[in-house]
Design a protein around this ligand. Structure first.
Ligand SMILES: Cc1cc2nc3c(=O)[nH]c(=O)nc-3n(C[C@H](O)[C@H](O)[C@H](O)COP(=O)(O)OP(=O)(O)OC[C@H]3O[C@@H](n4cnc5c(N)ncnc54)[C@H](O)[C@@H]3O)c2cc1C
Length: 405
């Protein structure tokens, strides 16, 4: 059995960015990345909106605010250095109802506190930036951009390989056993020995943490995000990125319009409970995933407080009319005929045992392991910084020196 210094579970953008950061910090370390699917970025990383977020939404002082803002800069710099197509096109956030005006003001103040370049714009300026949008007030965030995160993740994988790391696809981790030398990872294709384990398993991260005996006061609850695509002849309705004012009680941004890097315009995503963790269709169902959510008392606490919001999401998921109504809040002239059903993604959102949706990134340390237990949006934006932060934490906790092999 080959022995590794670091083994990472999960070949999404977080596992790969962590592998890259480990290779940079410890060039002689033997690094292994295990991914159960046949290609990199198969789940969340390959099913997102492709937005390089600015960091405006997040609570000052949180990891999301810090790593989001720094990650925006490092993602742009990384794309420039490696020839990955991206655009810093900016976005508008628009209040369309009087009750949203104070929330927009809060968001503006939060942007300033988070040290972002953010500007209140007049309705005339709003029309200049996005001619088809109608609203009561808006703010402009110039540092928001777009990129294809699958391409970014594949570049991280190439760099790990060039640094001498080992990358294995089709390798599902099934057991984690701590022994005197570190950790034995048993997969569907045989065992691996590692001194240290890093769990970046996204939608499965709580289960892997449990296999590794880590104490996790949370469970992953999957929220599917469904999109519609604007028909090509309607792309003119959206120049760049148009967002509503989000409900501050939820970590989701509301149905928005996103111009995609490869062409096309998405409208969405909504946020509806998924009955399968890796289920991209409305009809997808997995008994284990379903029972786990339904028997988790925290889910019922969450549902009890938010049944109204949850019901609206379910209606919007099944009714195109309701979905289009959300779009019309921002672009009144859009019609049901202008959009067709698009792709979907599933968010891995940690629900804490007390019924709170975890608002920040959550990283839990074990004895010879570290578990990334909540890395939803803007984790793709922040991925380079999350990778560096994980390596920093490992170095601090385990007093690792710079030599391996
Ligand atoms: C609809 C949607 C829109 C989003 N929009 C944005 C956006 O615009 N901007 C942004 O910054 N973020 C966005 N996000 C969030 C972003 O996509 C995620 O935060 C990020 O991709 C998380 O990366 P990850 O590596 O943690 O997870 P993943 O990409 O899900 O990777 C985890 C990997 O672990 C693997 N794995 C799981 N179990 C095992 C096992 N037992 N053995 C081996 N491998 C295993 C999985 O197969 C998977 O490939 C969005 C997310 C969604 C769902």
């Amino acid at each position: 059995m080959t022995a590794y210094d670091f083994a990472i579970i999960g070949g999404g953008i977080i596992g790969l960015s962590t592998g890259m950061a480990l290779g940079q910090r410890y060039p002689d370390a033997r690094i292994l990345v295990l991914e159960k699917e046949k290609s990199w970025a198969f789940h969340q990383t390959g099913h997102n909106s492709g937005v390089i977020h600015s960091g405006i939404y997040y609570k000052p002082g949180s990891l999301k605010a810090k790593l989001g803002r720094e990650g925006n800069l490092s993602m742009v710099e990384f794309c420039q250095r490696h020839g990955i197509e991206y655009e810093v096109c900016g976005k508008v956030i628009v209040a369309t109802k009087p009750q949203e005006l104070p929330l927009l003001e809060n968001l503006y103040q939060r942007g300033l506190t988070n040290e972002l370049d953010v500007r209140k714009i007049s309705l005339v300026e709003l029309k200049e930036i996005e001619p088809h949008v109608s609203g009561l007030a808006g703010i402009h965030v110039p540092s928001t951009g777009i990129v294809n995160y699958k391409q970014v993740a594949e570049t991280f994988a190439r760099l790990i390989r060039e640094q001498g790391g080992t990358l294995q696809l089709n390798m599902k981790v099934e057991k984690i056993i701590e022994n005197g030398q570190g950790v034995v990872i048993e997969s569907n294709n045989g065992p691996f020995q590692t001194s240290f384990l890093i769990n970046c398993a996204g939608l499965q991260s709580d289960r892997l943490a449990k296999l590794g005996q880590a104490k996790t006061p949370m469970k992953i609850v999957p929220f599917r995000g469904e999109y519609y695509d604007l028909k090509p002849e309607k792309h003119y309705l959206v120049k760049n990125l148009i967002y509503p004012v989000p409900n501050p009680n939820f970590p989701f941004l509301g149905v928005h319009f996103t111009r995609m890097m490869g062409g096309g315009v998405h409208a969405g995503p909504n946020a509806v409970l998924s009955f399968k963790r890796e289920g991209y269709k409305k009809t997808d169902f997995d008994l284990r995933d379903f029972v786990e959510v339904m028997t988790y008392p925290a889910f019922w606490k969450l549902a009890g407080h938010n049944w109204n919001e949850g019901a609206k999401e379910i209606i919007r998921s099944f009714s195109k009319t309701a979905f289009v109504r959300s779009m019309q809040q921002l672009i009144p002239e859009i019609q049901a005929d202008d959009v067709v059903p698009g792709p979907a993604g599933v968010r891995a959102q940690a629900l804490m045992a007390d019924g709170r949706l975890m608002d920040d990134f959550l990283i839990i340390s074990g004895r010879n392991s570290i578990h990334i237990c909540n890395a939803p949006s803007p984790a793709a934006t922040a991925s380079i910084e999350i990778g560096k932060a994980v390596v920093e934490r490992i170095a601090e906790q385990h007093h690792l020196k710079g030599t391996f092999g």
